[in-house]
Design a protein around this ligand. Structure first.
Ligand SMILES: Nc1ncnc2c1ncn2[C@@H]1O[C@H](COP(=O)(O)OP(=O)(O)OP(=O)(O)O)[C@@H](O)[C@H]1O
Length: 452
């Protein structure tokens, strides 16, 4: 059996690569994505009732956007047209629209227009579609890997329903691989294939929720492995690695290694070691860690380990999180690295987390303190008669916009939750608090009763 001879395989020669052959044909064939196509969902009902309205599928590659459009094409009574925004321009749009118009006028038939990679259309191309989406000449279905909030015209967006496809779960990718191995017509069911567990785990891990990547890799692995003497194609870890072109890292998204690596990354930041920070970051990226997960860790640790020693850290972590959303990998590795390096080299303080956790402990374990009368809301009618807000001192009326007065509940007066470090900006904060402290001592006679 010559596995390289594609054309000799009855079920493979004419229908292209495995991923295309295995593409689900009906909504029931779709694996996962239950929040979008599960029983009772809006989209499933719309497809089943053939009452389709404009929609945009947004999600990473290989999550089934084109698949959904094809399922709709198979099930609708409407005419189905397809354009790819990379290769089509305004002329193609006009052409499709004209035909759709004729169909509507003369045959009363609707046209569904599927535009793959709709974000690649520029503004005027998207504008050209608008009137025809609006008057119902075409029912637009767009697919995009980019956040449509940025890449699709507001006017189009407001007329379309947005469906967000998540990366497939590891379990779903496993199911998709197994289906391909078993399917006798469209997959490799005619072959005796022994996909080793380790090899499958590797493919699932590196595919990272992208079904096409997983199917392409399994196809390559099968087609490049000679059967052994028992006519079994054995796919081991080395073949899986070569097929998906990534080395196996000692990294498992669910397992200990994942947490150990994240832990090493965070500790390197906290320990102000930029080199180790970059190393662990690179390991996470290479192993297919979700960049949003990394960005969320940076966010938390900007506040936890740097805090007011450099308040910019939080903003830079936020910018990196936005960048991950906006541009995705591989480019997002750069802003992620910049933010991680900023945190690793910034002055450190844990005063924020210590402060809030200490305060939370008090709130949780001790009776809630009453709000002192002079701090109570004094805006509503009758507040005055209750004495609310009376005796409150307005700080801006005092020297340096400060006046000592009681803000904590009675039982906590004198307690300190926030202890600024001597690092970075917090040094300035500390000096200011020292000054307030001195003023407090000096003006200890100042009380709501004899001031203001
Ligand atoms: N939910 C699914 N169930 C079963 N197979 C799937 C599913 N989603 C994707 N696949 C498989 O992955 C292949 C690629 O999916 P599809 O072309 O729909 O992805 P896409 O989201 O449009 O990707 P891209 O953005 O790269 O165009 C399909 O041909 C199919 O074999």
């Amino acid at each position: 059996m010559d596995l390289f001879d594609y054309t000799s395989k009855q079920n493979q020669e004419t229908r292209g690569p495995l991923a295309a052959r295995m593409r689900p044909q009906t909504i029931d064939d779709i694996v996962g994505q239950s929040s979008i196509v599960g029983e009772g969902t809006l989209l499933r009902r719309a497809i089943e009732a053939d009452r389709l309205t404009p929609m945009i599928f947004y999600g990473p590659p290989g999550t089934g956007k084109t698949t959904l459009a094809k399922v709709i094409a198979n099930s609708t009574s409407a005419w189905f047209e397809q354009l790819n925004a990379v290769t089509s321009g305004v002329n193609e749009i006009r052409d499709v629209v004209k035909k759709a118009n004729d169909r509507k006028k003369y045959e009363g038939e609707r046209t569904i227009l599927f535009i793959d990679e709709i974000h690649r259309f520029n503004k005027s191309q998207q504008d050209a579609l608008l009137p025809f989406v609006e008057d119902g000449t075409i029912v637009l279905i767009g697919a995009t890997t980019e956040n449509p909030m940025f890449e699709v015209n507001d006017a189009l967006l407001s007329r379309a329903r947005l469906f967000h496809l998540e990366p497939h779960s590891d379990e779903d990718i496993r199911t998709i691989i197994q289906q391909a191995l078993k399917d006798k017509e469209r997959g490799f069911g005619e072959y005796d294939i022994d996909l080793k567990e380790e090899a499958e785990d590797h493919l699932v891990g590196v595919a990272n929720g992208d079904a096409r990547t997983a199917l392409n890799a399994i196809e390559l692995a099968v087609l490049t492995t000679d059967p052994d003497d028992d006519d079994v194609i054995r796919i081991d870890i080395e073949t899986a690695e070569e097929s998906i072109q990534q080395r196996v890292l000692q990294y498992d998204k669910q397992g200990d290694n994942h947490y150990d690596t994240v832990s090493a990354f965070i500790k390197s930041i906290r320990g102000s070691d930029p080199d180790a920070t970059l190393y662990w970051l690179a390991k996470m990226i290479y192993a297919g860690e979700d960049p949003k997960f990394i960005a969320r860790r940076l966010y938390v640790h900007a506040a936890e380990d740097i805090g007011l020693a450099d308040p910019n850290a939080l903003l830079i972590a936020q910018a990196a999180a936005d960048a991950v959303d906006f541009i995705g990998l591989p480019e997002a590795r750069i802003p992620l690295a910049e933010a991680a390096l900023y945190l690793a080299t910034a002055p450190k303080s844990n005063a924020v987390i210590s402060g809030i956790d200490y305060a939370l402990e008090k709130v949780k374990n001790e009776a809630t303190g009453a709000v002192p009368a002079h701090l109570k809301d004094a805006h509503y009618k009758g507040a005055k008669t209750l004495g609310h807000g009376q005796g409150y001192l307005y700080p801006h009326h005092y020297e340096n916009h400060y006046v000592p007065q009681q803000y904590l509940p009675d039982q906590h007066v004198g307690r300190s939750f926030y202890a600024p470090s001597d690092n970075g900006y917090e040094k300035t904060v500390r000096k200011r608090l020292d000054y307030f402290h001195k003023r407090k001592q000096r003006e200890s006679t100042a009380s709501p009763k004899n001031k203001g």
